[in-house]
Design a protein around this ligand. Structure first.
Ligand SMILES: *[C@@H]1O[C@H](CO)[C@@H](O)[C@H](O)[C@H]1NC(C)=O
Ligand SMILES: *[C@@H]1O[C@H](CO)[C@@H](O)[C@H](O)[C@H]1NC(C)=O
Ligand SMILES: *[C@@H]1O[C@H](CO)[C@@H](O)[C@H](O)[C@H]1NC(C)=O
Ligand SMILES: *[C@@H]1O[C@H](CO)[C@@H](O)[C@H](O)[C@H]1NC(C)=O
Ligand SMILES: *[C@@H]1O[C@H](CO)[C@@H](O)[C@H](O)[C@H]1NC(C)=O
Ligand SMILES: *[C@@H]1O[C@H](CO)[C@@H](O)[C@H](O)[C@H]1NC(C)=O
Ligand SMILES: *[C@@H]1O[C@H](CO)[C@@H](O)[C@H](O)[C@H]1NC(C)=O
Length: 302
């Protein structure tokens, strides 16, 4: 698949194209990339390959409301070799958002692992039909190699996928309680990194991203699965959390997730209460109007 590191010392004289893409995670699930552990190493080596010069960046802006996926593409202008990089929920979006409730076990079971994936090719038709492919900049082979190393570090720092962004209210001066940790945040982090490395990023179209907001007063820390589900003293809380998550079903697609959310929405509104699982810990959110919102907001390139 990807070439092995060249024997020669690297001459990162080549430049790379960064391609930004946004897609529906619902429809992307059929083309999930099995993360290939050797991929990013090989990718780091790639620009050193003499036969692999200029890349050209593009970006995609998605118009459809239900669409929620963002990735970065890399395209070698000379060789035409393409790669796509994205942050992916390893067990589908629904599983990252709601746990599985198992009858034989009291502790909610989360499959919310997220990881960076790097794979060959850019599905041009797919991305452009569902969005707008656009070049957003050019980087050198050296910058690409640095980025490849940075991605591996970044990939170790957060190993989960978080759908929700939690704020105190929709206003611009609101408190941000929790930031999502999803595909678009990964794209933003990568752009910031590239920009710090001196890459100039630009876009002619508006770059909007889907975000799912919860609105709440100050969150209260509850504990982790052991302190809540193993301690007899936390029995009532544990039952409450289980009941809460029973209202939601783990959904495969983004669309189903929204439907499920709508069903459970009245519960959130009535009880003004939400149990958030964030980075392996539980928090209680005292929910506030307008409770839940899905926004398609512009985030400028760095
Ligand atoms: C992983 O990459 C290697 C070479 O880089 C390739 O031979 C192998 O088929 C890949 N595995 C998968 C699951 O894509
Ligand atoms: C990111 O980490 C996961 C394991 O959590 C691994 O499978 C994946 O290959 C890594 N991705 C990159 C681009 O290194
Ligand atoms: C690489 O991507 C560019 C832009 O998306 C496309 O025009 C080109 O055909 C692709 N090349 C290959 C070999 O897939
Ligand atoms: C665009 O997305 C829709 C669903 O969101 C999917 O059915 C369709 O196949 C996608 N287009 C392409 C070319 O893959
Ligand atoms: C609690 O979560 C940790 C990870 O944070 C996991 O290793 C452990 O197995 C979980 N315990 C139960 C009972 O699910
Ligand atoms: C993810 O969720 C789907 C639908 O609920 C389920 O069929 C699938 O087994 C889950 N994946 C994992 C790894 O638990
Ligand atoms: C993109 O975001 C901007 C500002 O956040 C908004 O005004 C605009 O309507 C959005 N575009 C679309 C197509 O929703």
């Amino acid at each position: 698949m990807l070439t092995s590191p060249p024997a020669k010392p690297l001459q990162p004289a080549t430049s790379i194209v960064v391609l930004l893409v946004s897609l529906s995670s619902a429809s992307l699930s059929s083309s999930i990339i099995s993360a290939n552990s050797s991929a990013s190493n090989s990718a780091a080596a790639e620009p050193h390959d003499d036969s692999m010069p200029t890349f050209v960046p593009r970006g995609v802006v998605v118009k459809k409301k239900h669409i929620m996926h963002d990735a970065i593409g890399f395209s070698s202008a000379e060789k035409g070799k393409n790669y796509t990089m994205e942050w992916y929920e390893l067990f589908q979006l629904g599983n990252c958002t709601f746990p599985h409730m198992r009858p034989e076990n009291d502790t909610p079971f989360w499959c919310n692992q997220g990881a960076a994936c790097f794979y060959k090719g850019i599905d041009d038709v797919y991305w452009s039909q569902n969005g707008t492919l656009e070049k957003v900049g050019e980087i050198s082979g050296g910058q690409f190699n640095k980025m490849a190393r940075w991605v591996q570090d970044d990939n170790q720092t957060g190993v989960y996928y978080e759908t929700w962004t939690v704020r105190s209210d929709p206003g611009t001066n609101s408190n941000l309680w929790f930031e999502s940790y999803d595909c678009s945040q990964f794209v933003h982090r990568t752009y910031r990194y590239l920009s710090q490395q001196g890459a100039r990023l630009y876009s002619r179209s508006q770059t909007n991203y889907t975000k799912i907001f919860l609105y709440s007063g100050e969150p209260t820390y509850l504990g982790d699965n052991d302190s809540i589900f193993r301690e007899p003293s936390a029995k009532t809380l544990a039952e409450d959390i289980r009941k809460f998550y029973h209202a939601f079903r783990s959904q495969q697609s983004y669309v189903d997730l929204i439907l499920s959310l709508a069903e459970a929405f009245h519960k959130v509104v009535e009880e003004r209460s939400f149990y958030l699982y964030y980075n392996f810990e539980y928090w209680h959110l005292p929910m506030k109007y307008p409770y839940v919102q899905i926004m398609y907001e512009e985030v400028h390139l760095p």
